[in-house]
Design a protein around this ligand. Sequence first.
Ligand code: PEP
Length: 245
Amino acid sequence: MTARCLIAGNWKMNGTLAEALSFADGLTALSNDGSSGVEVALMPPYTLLHSLRSVLADKGVQLGAQNVYTECNGAYTGSISTAMLKDAGCKYVILGHSERRNTIGEGNALIRRKLDAVWAEGLVPILCIGELLEERESNHTNDVLKAQLSILTAADADKPLVVAYEPVWAIGTGKTATPEQVVETHAFVHEVLVDLGADRQVLYGGSVNGSNAQQLLHSAGVDGALVGGASLQAASFMQIIEAAK
Ligand code: PEP
């Protein structure tokens, strides 16, 4: 059964082993059996997947990765495969994060190949989409989101997928979309997904924290959050999980 709400923490390129173990210690009060309808997942750097696997499983927290390569194995120095992520205990894989689209130059074609690789291994992709500030200001948000979702086809309708709407100008900036922008944009994303064959859980991402989570998570069309900075500390991550319940 799909949980009503997913709270996923993206550590990006942050976290030593000592910090990860201290974070895990800080989750003492958390025991997520899913009965509240909230699923929790954490995407630490690859180096911490094995160390966090059992301690997170004990808390009912799913493990995920921040990226993956398209091939199963072979001469791809520095890359990680979906089989390796599955072996490490991952359920989720983030794809198309704006930092990979805009800093590393990943485009729709590569992200589509990664989607296929993730599905082939039985993992669940979290596909990130979002507009730049100039795209919002020039009224191109919907066009951008539609183009980013155009890698999906009706043939994908029965494959597991979570979408994360993350306005790029709200990521790591302390700015969040207004409640009106969130409701309006999530409604549009759900509509496009239905047109493409299946509605999906749509998370909001962009400077979600313990103070704004309650309002964002209970907005129409918001089915959870992808959390960057505030997921690095157990206390703030737990506040967001609590706000989701
Ligand atoms: C993210 O990394 O996807 C993100 C939303 O980061 P932050 O919460 O720090 O804005």
